[in-house]
Ligand binder design. Sequence first.
Ligand code: GTP
Ligand code: MG
Length: 450
Amino acid sequence: MFSPDDTIVAIATPPGRGGLGVIRISGPDALTVASAVITRRAPLVPRQATFTRTRIGSGGDPRQAADTVIVTSFPAPRSYTGQDVVEVSAHGSPVILRAIIGAAVGAGARLARPGEFTLRAFLNGKLDLVQAEAVGDLIAAATPLQARVAFDQLEGTLTRRIATLDAELFDLIVKLEASLDFPDEGYHFIEPASIATSLGRVAKQLDTLLGDAERGRMIRDGAVVVIAGRTNVGKSSLFNYLSGSDRAIVTDVPGTTRDLITEPLEVEGLALTLVDTAGIRDALDIVEREGVARGARAREVADLVIVVLDGSSPLTQDDDELLERTSDVARVVVLNKADRGVTLELPGALAVSATRGDGVPDLRLRIHAVLTGDEPLRDTAAISNLRHISLLRDARTLVESARLAAIEATPEEFLLVDLQAARAHFDEIVGARTPDDVLRQIFERFCIGK
Ligand SMILES: Nc1nc2c(ncn2[C@@H]2O[C@H](COP(=O)(O)OP(=O)(O)OP(=O)(O)O)[C@@H](O)[C@H]2O)c(=O)[nH]1
Ligand SMILES: [Mg+2]
């Protein structure tokens, strides 16, 4: 699947109509393929936009998909993929774009698979794996903060931090291996104590990186926030108010909501998925029972539960049970219908009115605070991707094990095994030694044309 030897073509702009539509061609025959779809005969000047026309036709009609286009060539290796690349900007008409693609395929190009341009950039050393993943994240970003974190990774922030740690391990490995060349006992080129100090430093830096990871993951992937409560307390009203929509049906009939309803939401730069659930009670019928069960499952996967109570009436048994069941998860308790006067007393609970919006700004701040641990969101979480997080955790364990071995002056061979394994984890993050199936998974998540 990773053969980079043929020439690929795809539409690089989103599907649908637009002012412009860009087609990207990459591979050894990119220039030949491009010249088959345009009227210009003279060679393209590298990196210079050239105005020309399409030359596409079938059945002897050369004007079948006529358009004026701007063509730019990027000869290897100074291109996105590192291969010869030609970009054709046409008007953003699906008919024209499809015709150009068809003509390019007729001239020998193959349709690109998802992420294949970025994959080629990676295989040609234009980007490391962290940066290739960052391209995907940047394109997918839904909030400015997500875009910022992705761009930092594209610029190489994480790569550089890993390279520093890797260099430190490499240095130790060289000294340990040199010691091994001496048959008699003892460390010859470096004292066990200074190895332990060195490794302690590496472990501490890994801790700092990993300390940011949960926050980074939340920024990248968003958090799931589930609204729960008994029937008729105003969950759907709150859902609609927070999401600025009227997605959820609101009535005074208890048991109105019977399924999960989700809306994307942004709170202080944090991307959330807000979930409304069916009200908790002894369900009247099979549909409602299923709705309540789905609500319970949603609570289990939530990063945060908003427990909604009716602040204008006494707690019921359903309220008590829900408070009990959510006592050990991240939650915010809300006393709704505050416009009717709050009679409930519950320490730490926030009074709001879902119909009038009173207290909702405070609720948003509280949601943010609980999710991010009250820490202000600095915009430089170096690490945000689960794949990176789990590899770094494993590397941290290996470094620690080598550090303990050094303290006990264990023979060099044992330390070497751990340190080499730790470096292999670093390599896998940046893609120097990443199994093909992992690469496949990463690039398949991209859209076609990227
Ligand atoms: N006065 C007042 N009424 C509210 C408030 N929030 C919701 N209500 C009313 O309470 C009733 C129930 O609201 P919903 O949002 O449908 O309640 P729910 O918790 O989603 O109910 P189910 O889906 O049946 O579980 C509706 O008549 C709302 O207009 C509020 O803040 N103040
Ligand atoms: Mg509802």
